[in-house]
Design a protein around this ligand. Structure first.
Ligand code: KG4
Ligand code: ZN
Length: 336
C-alpha cells in the first residue's frame, strides 16, 4: 500500500511516499529555517504563508521523485495535530482537497506518533510494545507504545520541552535558531562539569520532567557574567547544560523502563538527534540489557516520511477522516 503523506505542523513543508509503512519511496522537505533565523524563532504567520507557497511544488516533487502519479497512491496521510494552527491548516486543507478530487481515503496523523514511527523506517524489525522517549521542540514525553496506535503517557514535562530549553539557552548566548543543533556541536568542545546546574525532580511524579528552572539558571548565569563584564565560556556552558538536560531525560526514562518491566527502548523527536542523548541512552540500555533503537539522523527532525509510516498503521486501525477534518493545535498522543 502506497501512502502520500503531508507534514506542515511547524516550519518544514514536507511530503513523502511510503510503502507499507516502512519503505520510503520519496521524501521532500522545504525548510523555512533560514527565514525564521532572522527572528530567533518560528514566526507562525510567516510559517503559514510559506507552507501555502511550498505545498504544491513539494507534493508534486514527492510524486515525481517516486516516479508515481496520484493514480498509484492508495491513501493520503496528513499531520492534523498538534502544532501551529495556521501551519497545520495548510497541510490539512490541501490533503482534504486532494482527497475530494481523487477519492482517496484521508488519514489524520498525530505529529508525535509520527516521530515515534521514524524508527519504523530506520529499523524494519522494530515492533511495539516498547517504551519511547519523545523529545521535540514542543514536547517531552515518556510513552508506553503498546501497539502502533495504542499508547499511554507515562511521564511528561510540567513546563518547557527539552528542545525549547535548548533553543532558549542557546538564544541567550546569541546562537542561531534552532539552538539545540548548534549547542550540541559547541558542547563537544567544553567541560560538562564546569558548571553545576540544578537537576529538578517533580515531587510524587518520578517520570515527569521540569526544565524551566534549569533554563532560568543558565540564562541568569549568562546575564550575570555579561553584567560583570566577564567572558561567557560558551563551550563549558553548552557542555554543562547539555549534560544536565540529558541526564534528566535518561534517568527518568530508565526508571520508567525498569518500573514497567519494558526491555525495549526507543527515542524519537528532534532532540533525539542530540549526540550525547543518543550515547547515554545507548550506554544505560546496554548496562540493563535493554534493546535500544534511535532514528537515523535524517528522520529525527520534521519530515513527511514518518507521517507516511504512522499513517499506514492509522489506516490499518480504521482511522480514516471525512472532509470535516480540522487541524488541532493541542491533542494528547493517546487521543484514541
Ligand atoms: O521534532 P522537531 O523537528 O520539531 C518539533 O516537532 O518540535 O524538533 C525540533 C527541536 C528544536 O528544538 C531543535 O533545537 C531540537 O529539536 N534539536 C536538537 C538537536 N537537533 C534538533 N536539540 C538538541 N540537540 C540536537 N542535536
Ligand atoms: Zn516534530
Amino acid at each position: 500500500m502506497k501512502i502520500l503523506s503531508i507534514e506542515s505542523s511547524c516550519d518544514e513543508t514536507a511530503a513523502a511516499v511510503v510503502e507499507d509503512g516502512r519503505e520510503v519511496l520519496s521524501s521532500v522537505i522545504a525548510s523555512q529555517v533560514e527565514e525564521h533565523k532572522l527572528y530567533g524563532g518560528v514566526v507562525p504567520e510567516i510559517a503559514s504563508r510559506r507552507h501555502a507557497e511550498a505545498i504544491v511544488p513539494v507534493v508534486s516533487k514527492a510524486l515525481s521523485d517516486a516516479s508515481l502519479t496520484m493514480d498509484d497512491i492508495d491513501a493520503i496521510a496528513v499531520t492534523h495535530a498538534p502544532g501551529l494552527i495556521g501551519a497545520l491548516l495548510v497541510g490539512v486543507n490541501f490533503a482534504k482537497g486532494l482527497s475530494l478530487a481523487t477519492g482517496k481515503p484521508l488519514v489524520p496523523t498525530h505529529h508525535l506518533r509520527s516521530h515515534i514511527a521514524s524508527n519504523y523506517i530506520s529499523h524494519k524489525e522494530l515492533k511495539p510494545p516498547f517504551m519511547c522517549l519523545v523529545v521535540s521542540g514542543g514536547h517531552s514525553h515518556i510513552v508506553m507504545v503498546e501497539d502502533y496506535t495504542k499508547m499511554k503517557v507515562i511521564g511528561r514535562t510540567r513546563d518547557d520541552a527539552a528542545g525549547e530549553a535548548f533553543d532558549k539557552a542557546a538564544r541567550t548566548m546569541g546562537m542561531p535558531y534552532p539552538g539545540g543543533i548548534e549547542m550540541d556541536k559547541v558542547a563537544e568542545l567544553g567541560n560538562p562539569d564546569a558548571f553545576k546546574f540544578p537537576r529538578p525532580v517533580v515531587h510524587d511524579a518520578p517520570y515527569d520532567f521540569s526544565f524551566s528552572g534549569l533554563k532560568t539558571a543558565v540564562i541568569n548565569l549568562i546575564h550575570n557574567l555579561e553584567q560583570r563584564g566577564e567572558a561567557v565560556p560558551r563551550e563549558d556552558i553548552c557542555a554543562s547544560f547539555r549534560s544536565a538536560v540529558v541526564e534528566l531525560l535518561v534517568s527518568n526514562t530508565m526508571k520508567a523502563c525498569e518500573d514497567f518491566g519494558v526491555k525495549t527502548l526507543v527515542v524519537a523527536g528532534g532532540v533525539s538527534a542530540n549526540s550525547l542523548l543518543r550515547k547515554r541512552l545507548s550506554e544505560e540500555s546496554e548496562k540493563r540489557g535493554f534493546m535500544f533503537f534511535k532514528p537515523d539522523k535524517s528522520v529525527c527532525t520534521d519530515n513527511a516520511a514518518m507521517v507516511g509510516s504512522q499513517g499506514y498503521y492509522e489506516y490499518l486501525s480504521g482511522n480514516i477522516a471525512d472532509l470535516s477534518l480540522n487541524a488541532v493545535a493541542t491533542l494528547p498522543i493517546d487521543y484514541r
